[in-house]
Design a protein around this ligand. Structure first.
Ligand code: KG4
Ligand code: ZN
Length: 390
């Protein structure tokens, strides 16, 4: 089936068109606009700016996807006024989107698409609403059913698109032997361990009590005077001394919640420890900065690895799926690889483009929803759910 997907939960506007069947996933068109640079000055994502940018970006991205997938045909006849009035009602709170649709989409012939999948949460509600309203408008205009998708299920589902398999076995929709799987989701907004018993059967077994790990990387970087997003910056600094012999350091940071009985995390104390360390040292040289970066990365990765390993053993997990921006971290990847080798289980880390926010994963999650229910239930009344849980 052909699925058009829309992702606007945070600071990436992404739209894609996929052809998905049980055995094959094909990307027909994929477009993404990142706002990361715009939010840089705020040191984090600014919701109303994100909303405006999503409104501005959605239409050009959709047109690009339709064009790339050879679905862009213009109508000769006029669209009827009833439809236009309906669109006005749907987009009452998104006037800018209505204007763009009226100017650029109304004269496009309805493409042959079976389903529109849109992220309904979790995420920033003003941002989510843009994608949802856009999906509702297209669903109405083109008579295509739509469904709302959980963004986190998207991250897990992205593993089905993995080209470079790191593991021994193929991960596919109908392979039951891969379950139970565990998903470690590490991004700027999330740190979660999700037990995946089967597609559609998810249970959050652990999560952060405060900051997400990526957020802690970003905040620690800011304390060290490094630009946003700080994760890659800290990592690059840490790498410069990671494999050097005879490197000793007096910098010591805590491993919060590492030995608690649950599978939860806490990263805000680690960030505060960086703040106190910097405050107590009279002069922060480049060398000390590098040592703090390395000790921070070690601490964060130690906790992630320890809890993930504990969960794998406890739930007798066969496959580990890692998603989110922090999965790009080299030290984390090396430690994950060593851990799965020791435990003899499969590891799947999607390519960078698929582990950070994208629309491809939303289309796949949309397909899984239909696959599990064996039918499409049109959900034109969905709402944005900023704190959506599994
Ligand atoms: O998934 P993502 O692109 O966006 C969301 O948060 O939704 O993740 C971004 C986060 C940022 O906090 C960034 O600092 C972190 O991922 N990150 C990294 C690395 N690359 C990105 N953290 C540590 N090491 C990295 N190499
Ligand atoms: Zn995400």
């Amino acid at each position: 089936m052909k699925i058009l997907s829309i992702e606007t939960s945070c600071d990436e506007t992404a739209i894609s068109l996929l052809s998905i069947s049980k055995n094959k996933i094909e990307v027909l068109g994929d477009a993404l606009a990142s706002q990361a640079k715009l939010h840089e000055q705020y040191g984090g994502v600014f919701p109303n700016l994100a909303r405006r940018e999503h409104q501005k970006n959605s239409i050009p991205l959709l047109i690009k996807v339709l064009k790339d997938s050879k679905n862009l045909t213009y109508l000769k006849s006029k669209i009827d006024d009833k439809k236009i009035n309906k669109l006005k009602t749907i987009l009452i709170r998104e006037p800018e989107l209505l204007e763009h649709i009226t100017n650029h989409i109304l004269n496009i012939k309805a493409p042959k698409i079976d389903l529109i999948a849109v992220t309904k949460g979790p995420g920033l509600e003003p941002a989510l609403w843009v994608g949802i309203s856009f999906a509702k408008a297209l669903s109405e205009l083109w008579d295509i059913p739509m469904i709302g998708v959980n963004h986190m299920e998207g991250h897990i589902a992205s593993v089905l698109m993995n080209k470079k398999q790191i593991s021994k076995s193929e991960f596919n929709i109908s392979n039951k032997k891969q379950f139970p799987a565990l998903s470690l989701l590490v991004s700027g907004g999330h740190t979660e361990l999700v037990l995946v018993k089967d597609w559609g059967k998810y249970k959050v077994i652990g999560q952060t009590k405060d900051d997400a790990v990526g957020e802690a990387f970003d905040k620690a970087a800011r304390i060290l005077g490094l630009p946003y997003p700080g994760g890659p910056q800290i990592s690059t600094l840490a790498e410069t001394i990671r494999n050097k012999e005879n490197q000793t350091s007096d910098i010591k940071l805590p491993r919060p919640m590492m030995y608690t009985k649950d599978f939860d995390f806490s990263f805000s104390g680690l960030k505060t420890a960086v703040l106190y360390t910097v405050r107590d040292i009279p002069q922060i040289t480049e060398q000390i900065k590098t040592e703090i970066a390395k000790e921070f990365e070690d601490a964060a990765v130690d906790v992630l690895i320890h809890k993930t390993k504990k969960a794998i053993e406890h739930f007798k997990v066969k496959t580990l799926i890692v998603g989110g921006g922090v999965s790009a971290n080299k030290h984390l990847r090396n430690n994950l690889q060593a851990m799965v080798n020791e435990l003899n289980i499969n590891l799947h880390i999607p390519d960078k483009a698929l582990s950070t926010d994208n629309a491809i994963m939303i289309a796949i999650a949309g397909y899984l929803n239909v696959y599990k229910k064996k039918k499409i239930i049109n959900q034109r009344n969905i709402k944005a759910e900023g704190h959506l849980k599994f």
